[in-house]
Design a protein around this ligand. Structure first.
Ligand SMILES: [Zn+2]
Length: 454
């Protein structure tokens, strides 16, 4: 039941022709009052951002759309369990964070992180980031194999050079084999891009990537813990973390990467708490007269090319993008999400093909998420997910219906997600508790390379 002002009053279920109100989920009068937007809520919406950074962003008006009472910005954010659990290590960063370039795309930092302890919904095990040194704007892509880094770099290259009209001058990476293949080196040469390789064990040279990877992992972990979602949502959480991080002021710029990149302040008005329960209006052709008007889903991020929200439908094991959504940001569902056996992604058809600006869901700025807007056309399951790469987006994930989720469950309890330590040698890998996983990852890499070469 939804009030005229879009406030959720109660939820219910239907048995034959009768509707039963769920007494447990029926909110009290007090709770029915519109959720007061407080600083702790913004802390959650913005990827569990550190308190000082959040307050700076609000007070200095570096982000648009944060509607908290003025005196609210002076109070301390209460204890947040998700933050404490995800930020266990407080080792200081040894790497330099200084800006070493004079214009956008002069220097790009890149690093690969993984393999993750579990596969993502789309079967990814790694993520790669490309960060522009000047603006600190980051792109993240998800990979099944490290060998896909080259493809992702080509996509990134095409997109950013098209968007900015600048050329990438230098790519700085560690000495990872994924960057030093013959094909990759040739591509860089042909495009006049200098490949700068940092010396092993000198993190001061690789400070930007090191810092970013840790930030993204911590933010993602906080979001997942707070929402009580299984770890297979790590890619969605990392993507959301990257999306959020681009919009928050970063050291040493003191503005957001978004502002440096797009030359305007980012709006965060439409941001919601990752993983919370979301009610999406069903498209007319998906419901009969007696059906509920909305379906109960979980909010798992922001699509880049379409306007709306990415939502996970547990019943049908699919990811959909919808614009008409009502959120309950304090509820993360009493039934934990189970491991899906099959995932189908349905995304709003791409509207236009120009300007990266369109990857920003600007419609949200007008606060229209509760109004009736055209919704995405459903894609029949039989069409099998063929989502084209979000070339204009910050992240891409291919959802594959053939993902083996049984494997995912197997890893659930014995492996970790945060602070992935990548062994340098096979011997080192075999001594780690995750030896079996490393072996499998290495076998997969070998297979991927040999398939590429045949
Ligand atoms: Zn927190």
């Amino acid at each position: 039941m939804i009030h005229r002002d879009a406030t959720l009053i109660a939820t219910g279920h239907r048995i034959k022709h009768l509707w039963y109100i769920d007494s447990v989920s029926c909110m009290s009068d007090e709770a029915c009052a519109k959720l007061k937007v407080t600083l702790p809520l913004w802390h959650q919406r913005l990827g569990h951002v550190n308190e000082k950074r959040l307050k700076t962003a609000i007070k200095k008006r570096l982000i648009v759309g944060v509607d908290v009472d003025k005196h609210d910005t002076d109070v301390a954010i209460p204890f947040c369990e998700a933050c404490v659990q995800s930020k266990q290590t407080h080792k200081p960063f040894t790497g330099s964070a200084d800006v070493q370039s004079k214009e956008i795309l002069q220097l790009i930092h890149s690093d690969v992180c993984g393999p993750m302890s579990v596969g993502s919904l789309g079967g990814a095990r790694y993520f790669v980031t490309f960060t522009d040194d000047y603006s600190r704007f980051s792109y993240v892509y998800f990979l099944k194999h490290k060998s896909e880094v080259f493809e992702k770099f080509k996509e990134f290259h095409a997109e950013v050079t098209n968007f900015t009209d600048n050329r990438i001058k230098t790519l700085r990476t560690d000495n990872g084999g994924e960057y030093t293949s013959f094909a990759f080196e040739q591509y860089l040469k042909m495009n006049g891009i200098r490949h700068e390789v940092t010396t092993p064990h000198t993190p001061q040279q690789n400070g930007i990537s090191e810092r970013l990877n840790r930030t993204l992992q911590e933010m993602a972990m906080s979001q997942i813990l707070h929402a009580g979602l299984p770890k297979c949502f790590w890619a969605d959480s990392i993507a959301t973390a990257c999306y959020v991080r681009n919009r928050l002021p970063v050291c040493p710029l003191n503005v957001s990467p978004f502002e440096k990149w797009y030359a305007r302040k980012p709006s965060v008005k439409y941001f919601r708490v990752f993983g919370c329960v979301a009610y999406a209006l069903k498209p007319d052709n998906e419901r009969t007269k007696m059906d509920a008007r909305s379906e109960k889903l979980r909010f798992i991020g922001y699509p880049l090319r379409a306007k709306g929200y990415r939502l996970y439908d547990e019943k049908k094991h699919r990811v959909i993008v919808r614009r008409d959504v009502i959120f309950n940001e304090t509820v993360f569902d009493t039934n934990p999400v189970t491991y899906p056996s099959d995932v189908v992604s349905v995304s709003t058809p791409a509207t236009d093909d120009n300007a990266a600006e369109q990857s920003e869901p600007q419609s949200h700025d007008e606060g229209d998420e509760a109004q009736s807007l055209p919704v995405s056309q459903p894609v029949r399951r039989s069409e099998r997910q063929v989502r084209q790469p979000d070339r204009l987006g910050e992240w891409i994930e291919y959802i594959d219906t053939d993902v083996d989720f049984a494997q995912t469950t197997e890893y659930k309890h014995r492996l970790y997600f945060c602070n992935v330590v990548e062994p340098k040698t096979i011997d080192e890998a075999m001594k780690m508790p995750e030896a079996e996983m490393w072996k499998q990852a290495s076998d997969e890499e070998m297979l991927a390379y040999s398939t590429m070469n045949t």
